[in-house]
Design a binder for this molecule. Sequence first.
Ligand SMILES: [Mg+2]
Length: 168
Amino acid sequence: MLEFLYPREYLASVREVTPEKLRALGIDTLLFDIDNTIVPYWIRTPDEGVKAYFKTLKDGGIKAGVLSNSREERSRDFCAPLGIPYVYRAGKPGIGGFKKLIEKMGSLPQKTALVGDQIFTDVWCANRAGAYSILVKQVSPKDELITAPKRPFEKIVVKMYLRREAKK
Ligand SMILES: [Mg+2]
């Protein structure tokens, strides 16, 4: 019933999304939410560990980009050191920003995965766009004010999703 909100995969961390895994799925493009997906919202720039992770993606032939609902400075400051494209104020779960970004990257929705920590923005957007949706556990329990109220509802959806997965 809530199929459109279910991720294709639910992982503990973005670090589990490897080039090998993506290639096996026929995916060549990986889009990221930033806040609470890669780093907590108050970390403005990528550290060495994050840089190393993005290098493994690049070396593995995966194109990376950022799709963020946040303001421009957020995406710019985070993406510049990584040298990756972004679309800010993406309006997820709307798919306008998604389309703009994959066009910029020369990618196709069916060859794209979108990884994020929120069901109602990231997962829903990916599913609507025809991309492969990956939900990850939030890196910090602290959320921005705009996100916090949605979490109890997300927990219900995740519980239903996990129950269904267990039956498979
Ligand atoms: Mg997020």
